[in-house]
Design a protein around this ligand. Structure first.
Ligand SMILES: Cc1cc2nc3c(=O)[nH]c(=O)nc-3n(C[C@H](O)[C@H](O)[C@H](O)COP(=O)(O)OP(=O)(O)OC[C@H]3O[C@@H](n4cnc5c(N)ncnc54)[C@H](O)[C@@H]3O)c2cc1C
Length: 409
């Protein structure tokens, strides 16, 4: 297997963040060979984080969308790639090194980059109408239309996307209830200290929460839904937004010889296991995180970093393993929540600052061996930047906490 070469034909499947950035990085790294970019969506590639933030604000307009394209048509053309939007890849033959597309075309490749991302985990409750989910621009348009009615909304799922939608719905003036079977949604990601105050944040802003009790059914139709909870409560809703996680877009890879298990399994160089010259990146890739084991890291920074890494590997050859920057953000009401690194459930956490008194707070995580491994900040970007630097230079939990306390004083 040859790992380097700037002249081979690279085919990238998935024309969103990971796929588009791969093509851009290939060209900026000096790849002069042919590139083909295949995307199932016919839209000019766009960014997804704004779908649950700026694009769900009550004052959004179609021009708002144009600000969130990943690149302009002119920038796409300048990449001199064979771009095929609006057509999905349906199969890959890793022996013959060919792809089949939904329009019946077959394309050969030297190197294949799989960047097909994920889809919203389908709602198990399917009344005639009124259940919506958010993954694409069209989904956001549909949800914005429902929120504009200012009728009661039930959000099923209290993760980042569900809670951002709840905040948006409050902004439209809708009565909102967020339901999640977990007593403190997001605790796994941000820790119980911050998860608890996020619950308070919703209630302070007027969204009701029903945490610790799951949904068992949704019946009726748009405008007249009944959301039935496990404790027998029935919530009336005009719309139910179901945000219960994602599933990786791997169906099209069945029988390809790739190792598939909740994503395309890769090694630490993001090379797909089981075949040569195939990489997987972004939300679809399940790769060995140095601290957390095999994960799909479904975050913007990861997709963007992996695209840069793989483009470099294709052009210059693989050298060091992929190192994640592990950075995630979420906007909820007027809060900016950031996480860096990760939280080890077997480790400990220290809280610095007082959200009530100062309007900002940070939580520093250590792993089970006492090594600093991550942090969460609320409304405290300077602290976040400082923590990131200290984590990168091997700062101890005590040194990070001390310097934050000095900063806060
Ligand atoms: C509403 C929302 C809000 C978010 N907010 C944040 C945030 O605040 N912070 C953060 O860090 N992350 C956020 N994320 C996550 C972030 O957007 C994703 O991690 C990122 O989009 C992953 O990029 P990707 O290119 O790997 O996958 P995707 O963005 O899922 O793109 C995959 C693309 O591949 C296409 N595709 C699928 N199958 C095929 C096929 N067979 N052939 C061709 N094309 C195919 C899909 O249509 C899609 O266009 C958010 C995500 C959503 C949905």
């Amino acid at each position: 297997m040859s790992d380097s070469g700037a002249t081979r034909h690279v085919v990238v499947v998935g024309a969103s963040l990971a796929g588009t950035r791969t093509v851009q990085n290939l060209r900026s790294s000096g790849h002069s060979g042919p590139i083909t970019l295949i995307g199932a969506e016919s839209e000019l590639p766009y960014d997804r984080p704004p779908l649950s933030k700026d694009l769900l604000r009550s004052d959004w307009a179609d021009e708002t969308v144009e600000g969130f394209r990943l690149l302009t048509r002119a920038e796409l053309d300048a990449l001199e790639a064979d771009v095929r939007l609006g057509v999905a890849a349906t199969a890959v033959d890793t022996t013959a090194r060919t792809l089949t597309l939904a329009d019946g075309t077959t394309i050969g490749y030297d190197v294949l980059v799989i960047a097909t991302g994920a889809s919203a985990r389908p709602s198990p409750w399917r009344p005639a109408s009124g259940v919506v989910q958010l993954r694409t621009l069209d989904d956001a348009r549909a949800i914005a239309g429902r929120l504009a009615l200012q009728e009661p909304i039930v959000v099923v799922g209290g993760g980042f996307i569900g809670t951002e939608i709840a905040a948006a719905a409050v902004g439209y003036g809708c009565p909102v209830t967020v339901v999640d079977p977990v007593p403190e949604p997001m605790a796994r990601l941000v820790g119980p200290e911050i998860a608890g105050i996020i619950t308070d944040l919703h209630e302070r802003n007027g969204a009701a929460t029903r945490f610790g009790v799951g949904v068992v059914d949704i019946t009726g139709e748009a405008g007249a839904l009944t959301v039935v909870l496990a404790d027998g409560t029935e919530l009336a809703a005009s719309t139910a937004v179901v945000g219960i996680g994602t599933i990786p877009n791997i169906d099209w890879l069945a029988g390809s010889g790739l190792l598939l298990d909740n994503g395309v399994m890769t090694d630490q160089y993001l090379r797909a296991l089981g075949v040569a010259d195939v990489y997987a990146i972004g939300d679809v890739a399940r790769w060995p995180h140095p601290g957390r084991g095999g994960i799909r890291a479904e975050h913007w920074t990861n997709a963007s970093d992996q695209a840069r890494y793989v483009a470099g590997a294709i052009v210059h050859g693989v050298s060091a393993a992929y190192e994640p920057s592990d950075y995630v953000w979420s906007d909820q009401y007027d809060w900016k929540i950031h996480t860096v690194g990760w939280r080890d459930p077997a480790g400990t956490s220290v809280l610095v600052g007082d959200l009530e008194a100062d309007g900002r707070v940070a939580v520093i995580h250590s792993d089970e061996n006492g090594k600093a491994c991550g942090a969460v900040t609320v409304n405290w970007v300077r602290a976040l930047n400082q923590i990131r630097r200290q984590l990168m230079t091997g700062g101890t939990p005590d040194s990070i906490v001390d310097s934050l306390r000095e900063r806060a004083a």
